[in-house]
Design a protein around this ligand. Structure first.
Ligand SMILES: [Zn+2]
Ligand SMILES: [Zn+2]
Length: 142
């Protein structure tokens, strides 16, 4: 007999519940691509002298509570790593119940799924895609 109580709503099929913010979304998408802020800056800014400024700017964008004032800034990031500008602005503007589903492991969504060749990921929990949870599930099924 285990003397632990498991809250009914948690199925174990979910990653750490976190409130998704625009800043968190950017951070997750960048990390899912394996890029550092410096690498992103390098691709955005050909002139090395300006890169520290770009890094500082990106760091601000990834700070909770900060949002990009100009859509262009997010659009430019989409050329460096996969990210959806509309999803970003939904997180900025829309009420919580209108939010798109976003994986709290990698930040992917139906508009911007993980790709593995021709395959795209799907959601297996409200906040997790099968690429982030898939390996765990496969191990449990075996
Ligand atoms: Zn994921
Ligand atoms: Zn995914």
């Amino acid at each position: 007999m285990l003397h632990v109580s498991i809250p009914a709503r948690r199925t174990g099929n979910s990653l750490a519940a976190r409130v998704m913010t625009p800043a968190n979304y950017l951070r997750l998408r960048r990390k899912a691509s394996g890029l550092t802020l410096e690498q992103v800056a390098k691709r955005l800014m050909p002139r090395a002298g300006f890169r520290p400024m770009v890094v500082a700017f990106l760091r601000v964008l990834e700070t909770d509570g900060c949002t990009a004032k100009h859509r262009d800034h997010i659009d430019r990031l989409t050329s460096v790593f996969p990210l959806d500008t509309d999803v970003y602005y939904q997180l900025v503007n829309d009420p919580a119940d209108k939010m798109p589903r976003i994986c709290s492991g990698c930040g992917c969504s139906a508009y911007d799924p993980c790709k593995n060749g021709d395959e795209v990921c799907g959601f297996v929990a409200p906040d997790a895609c099968n690429r982030c949870l898939g390996e765990t599930a496969e191990r449990e099924a075996a």
